[in-house]
Design a protein around this ligand. Sequence first.
Ligand SMILES: [Mg+2]
Length: 180
Amino acid sequence: MTMVPPRPKPAAFLDRDGVLNIDVGYAHRPEQITWVTGAAQAVRRLNHAGFHVFVVTNQSGVARGMFGEDQVRSLHGWMAGELAALGARIDDFRYCPFLPDAPLPAYRKDSGWRKPGPGMLLDLMRHWPVVREGSFLVGDHLRDIAAAEAAGIPGHLFGGGDLDAFVKDILARRGGVGSP
Ligand SMILES: [Mg+2]
């Protein structure tokens, strides 16, 4: 079998809580996940439009001792599976478990991965053939937008509603790759 390396293409970086799923605060179990309207359709649209689709999420609940990294990873596996069943592919996930004033010493760190730092985006750009031109982020907080700008790409602030309509509008306005 020949392994075909992924081709260079732009990336859509999606925040998790408040973008893909309703932000209930420190979700770490599948039963706490309510998908935002149009979430799977938005991911599928981005897949078909020729984007890598990545999730970048601050998970300070780990540093706060509320849940473990194993639970974060297992939840992400579950989310990827749910989306895959709807024909929507998340190519990769990054999460930041650190917090500068964390109760747990092991996670007490002023990490560049924690948004507004760009670390998670830059790490994905190192591991995948990402074309920066045309790439963008969708987040629901200003720290998400700041992380995008620090990584050299635009950020779009999602205020709720239909994520697919929101993404469709971004693609329509930017033209070029992925425009309808
Ligand atoms: Mg969020």
